[in-house]
Write a protein of this length. Structure first.
Length: 277
């Protein structure tokens, strides 16, 4: 492969075998290089394939102006997310995280501190992602000598939540988070309990709710019919059934979405597990 354009010391534009423009990232891959220089394959650490010409332009503008230190912090955060927090996030999370870091540092340097209205929810519903955000704040403090507020860790956590949901945007995340909180509150009210947020069953329940909420706000629904299993679980766990009916009624009244039996079934199973502790 050959270089078509140098974006910065660590980013260049090239083409893949199909002739499509790609962005290659690697330490020093663009240092002292120019158009038509050959690329050493061992220097390539990541390959970003833009979806269209508009995205290519956005990537070019973004990477050309991005100082190296933001990329390095985003890389360390993403490595921490995968290796320490065991989150399955895509490479593309690096881009919005870099962008957010650059904007946040600029805001703090100018004295503008934003409050995050979802701080409590993020800390309790997405603890691992919040942990990654806190790691980001540590790295920013070390590099820029800026002490950011926990609110910023929650903002950074959003990007890692969205990456796992398969969405690089934060469009529906606030609504998803609100719905998860509402469902957990209904469950706790039904059983008069406080769920153990550290338990494995709770984490699995929250994960299930994330993807259920994502489907719901996208207007998608589980396919298939589980009538036989639904009736078995309904008879075996009557309290879980009463709880899921309340959840279904709430979602119908507030969000105008009708849970089908398959969705109710899987939620009942999770509710039964989480409330047996």
């Amino acid at each position: 492969m050959v270089i078509e354009k140098v974006l910065n010391n660590n980013m260049v534009i090239s083409r893949n075998p199909e002739g499509k423009e790609i962005i290659l990232q690697g330490k020093g891959i663009g240092f002292n290089k120019r158009k038509r220089d050959s690329i050493v394959s061992t220097q390539v650490e990541r390959i970003f394939t833009p979806n269209d010409k508009n995205e290519i332009k956005r990537f070019q503008d973004f990477f050309a102006k991005l100082p190296d230190e933001y990329w390095e912090i985003a890389e360390q955060m993403t490595h921490y997310a995968r290796e320490v927090c065991e989150l399955k996030v895509s490479e593309r999370v690096l881009i919005p995280v870099c962008d957010h870091l650059a904007g946040a540092v600029e805001r703090y340097q100018s004295g503008a501190v934003l409050k995050n209205p979802m701080l409590w929810e993020v800390k309790h519903l997405y603890p691992k992602e919040y942990q990654v955000g806190c790691r980001g704040l540590e790295l920013v403090k070390k590099r820029f000598h800026i002490q950011m507020e926990p609110d910023e860790a929650a903002f950074l956590a959003f990007h890692y939540v969205c990456s796992q949901l398969g969405d690089s945007q934060v469009e529906n995340l606030e609504a998803i988070t609100r719905l998860i909180k509402e469902i957990t509150q209904i469950v706790e009210a039904c059983y008069q309990i406080r769920m153990d947020e550290e338990s494995w069953d709770y984490q699995r329940f929250i994960t299930h709710l994330k993807f259920f909420a994502k489907r719901m706000f996208e207007g998608k629904q589980c396919a298939g019919s589980e009538d036989e299993w639904f009736h078995l679980i309904k008879e075996k766990y009557p309290q879980s059934y009463k709880c899921i009916v309340k959840i279904a009624d709430f979602i119908h009244d507030v969000y105008h979405y009708e849970l089908n039996r398959e969705e109710m079934l899987y939620l009942m199973i999770h509710i039964e597990k989480i409330t047996r502790q």
